[in-house]
Design a protein. Structure first.
Lengths: 356, 303
């Protein structure tokens, strides 16, 4: 089949057709490569943007609260926006909701099992409530058209704009909270060899290069994942909520593992809670703006309940942990819920061949 | 101190001997000088029919190698005797690393001293295979002696005072390392710098968020207090003690950078005794430091 590179990039039908030619194993390989591109691209972009931001004199607190947090959610955001744009709302929503479940269930659960995570009341009494509030708002907004009796419940564009507006508010208030809750002072006689500013050219190269990698990764991942869903006989949202969500949550996972290895598990609380908020407001918000998202039936009896179970469990644990740390059994519970969710996702749909 | 010095007659072994002779051990030491000949190269396995002449040649070469080893052992023993230390000589045959480790265990040595390379230093390897394995598997402390940088004199002499770098993390092994430093007979112009490294998660620039966390601030305060405590302990016996708190992606990198910045001629650190799996999953600070440090490295272990 004679296809030009431009057609491949620009024409979705051509891209879908091209992807369909590959064997299942090759497709899984392509998905893996895309996931690596997404993670590495995000890493580069963050490196570049942070250095540029530091050069402009932006305080580290602002950078930490905005750039670094948004940066690790870039893979999810680009994939969901790309999926929405390419007319695959199940994948777009599934990735967003699945990432929340993966972050809290798998990543935070794993961290609690491997290390002692302190209950950071400052973060959990602020961002923690935004986390559960945003997710509940999403479910509430999604349920309204269902209750109204709509034939095809949809997350309209205005919901996307609302979420992005809330995102801006959230970023601002995160900055305010960060200023209240931290002291970032470099003192005399200290050596900070952790990071030297790079040349401006290199910064921009990293930003642009990283962006290109993310876009390519997302562009290839969406049709490949959709194709895999077809071959496995599961809906797109299940593949998105499990395989794709896991892949796009790789930055959070790698950070959590590094945190445990280096003996600093305390940063995981803020990272995961923040990521959950961003997955809701940034990822799903941006995707809904790109294109209105028709909500597949699956979400009402599977994805949304699972997400709420995990998030409310998390909330309960915070309230009952008098000793000031998360307990190992709580990590086991979160991991178990995640595992059951993944297994059921495939088990419930085998043979149904319900496809977008 | 009971010391085992492994030598092969190479320049590196000579450097190790000189280092040892100048090291400010408290009181007298006894030294077991050990050379190992791998005689497997000279074995007539009988799989090839050798003529009488060839067989004789093989024996002759083996004997020559033994004589050479005995010769450099005797020369080294004499130098140690001049220092006033008790010395015994051992010539063993077999696998070099295994024999060194066995000899160390049998003699209950407290310290094994070994040169970083042997007779065939392959440029790309920062540490020879024998030194690497002895460092990892010995049950006692190990001192790996590297060639000093070009033009730099032997430490412990008039032109080069001891500049020790003690890598400290308040763990039990690092306490032992500190005790060792405190027990040394250092002179007025010798110095010890105590370094503590706090690790940062630099992937995705999470170090920025990490530093914003109040727990990080608490860790820094605690680290400074620990360092101050270490300095106090050392001041009793060491004339010049300084301390430094470093932050970076890896503790081994910070230790090496500190050694370079301070112009150290010896890095001292405790061994946590990690298993092979732990070393694989968590990394080996000792391995990294031993390979990349700009100077000799002393790894302190409980005997």
């Amino acid at each position: 089949m004679d296809i030009s590179l431009l057609q491949l990039i620009g024409d979705e039908a051509v891209l879908q057709g091209f992807v369909a030619e590959f064997s299942t194993v090759s497709l899984l390989g392509i998905i893996t490569v895309c996931i690596v591109l997404l993670s590495k691209g995000a890493d580069w972009m963050i490196d570049g943007v942070v250095d540029i931001a530091e050069r402009t004199g932006l305080p580290k607190i602002v950078i930490g609260a905005t750039v670094v947090s948004l940066g690790t959610t870039l893979p999810e955001a680009f994939v969901s926006v790309m999926a929405a744009y390419m007319g695959n709302p199940g994948l777009a929503l599934g990735n967003g909701v699945g990432s929340i479940i993966a972050d809290t269930g798998l990543i935070f659960g794993l961290t609690c099992v491997l290390a002692t995570v302190p209950v950071n009341r400052f973060i959990l009494n602020r961002t923690g409530w935004v986390q559960i509030g945003a997710a509940t708002l999403l479910v509430a907004i999604a349920v309204i058209p269902l209750l109204r009796g709509d034939a095809e419940p949809t997350l309209e564009r205005w919901v996307g704009f609302l979420f992005l507006l809330l995102l801006v508010g959230y970023l601002y208030i995160t900055y305010v909270w960060a200023r209240q809750g931290s002291v970032m002072v470099m003192e005399e006689g200290e050596e900070d060899s952790s990071h030297e500013l790079m040349g401006v050219g290199k910064c921009w190269l990293l930003v642009v290069g990283g962006l290109v990698m993310i876009v390519i990764g997302a562009r290839m991942l969406v049709p490949a994942a959709s194709q895999i869903a077809l071959r496995f006989g599961v809906p797109d949202d299940v593949i998105a909520a499990t395989m794709v969500a896991f892949g796009t949550s790789l930055p959070e996972l790698m950070t959590a593992i590094a945190a445990v290895r280096k003996g600093h598990p305390e940063i995981t609380v803020g990272n995961i809670v923040g990521a959950d908020v961003l997955n809701c407001l940034f990822v799903i918000g941006a995707a809904a703006v790109a294109a209105p998202l028709a909500i597949p039936e699956n979400f009402y009896y599977f994805h949304f309940p699972a997400m709420l179970i995990i998030l409310f469990s998390f909330r309960v644990f915070i309230s009952v942990n008098r000793s000031g740390v998360f307990h190992r059994w709580q990590g086991v519970w979160l991991l178990a819920v995640y595992t059951v969710y993944v297994i059921l996702g495939y088990a419930l749909n085998v043979g149904s061949a319900h496809l977008v | 101190m009971k010391i085992l010095l492994a030598t092969d007659g190479s320049d590196y072994a000579d450097t190790a001997l000189e280092f040892l002779l100048h090291f400010p051990f408290p009181g007298d030491s006894s030294v077991i000088l050990l050379a190992v000949i791998d005689e497997r190269a000279f074995v007539d396995a009988g799989s090839v029919e050798l003529t009488q002449a060839q067989s004789d040649e093989l024996h002759a070469v083996r004997n020559t190698v033994r004589e050479e080893a005995q010769a450099f052992l005797d020369a080294a023993a004499q130098r140690i005797g001049e220092r006033g230390w008790e010395v015994t000589v051992q010539l063993r045959s077999g696998n070099v690393t295994e024999e060194i480790l066995a000899a160390a265990e049998e003699s209950a040595a407290e310290l094994v001293v070994i040169g970083s390379h042997g007779h065939s230093p392959v440029g790309r390897f920062l540490l020879g295979s024998v030194a690497t394995q002895v460092l990892m598997y010995a049950l006692c402390s190990v001192l790996v002696v590297k060639q000093p940088e070009a033009g730099r004199p032997q430490p412990g002499t008039e032109d080069e005072h001891w500049r020790l770098l003690l890598a400290y993390d308040d763990s039990a092994p690092s306490h032992k390392a500190l005790e060792l430093c405190a027990s040394l007979s250092l002179g007025d112009r010798d110095a010890v710098e105590v370094v503590m490294a706090l690790t940062l998660i630099t992937g995705f620039r999470q170090d920025i968020r990490q530093r914003m966390n109040p727990v990080w601030q608490q860790k820094k305060i605690a680290a400074r207090a620990t360092l101050d405590g270490a300095v106090v302990k050392l001041r009793g016996s060491v004339p010049e003690v300084t301390s430094r708190l470093r932050e970076g992606a890896s503790s081994s990198h910070e230790i090496i950078a500190a050694a370079e910045a301070a112009g150290s001629n010896l890095v001292v650190l405790g061994s946590k005794g990690k298993s092979a799996l732990q070393r694989f999953l968590l990394g080996s600070t000792i391995g990294n430091v031993a390979r990349h440090a700009p100077c000799s490295v002393l790894v302190v272990r409980e005997g």
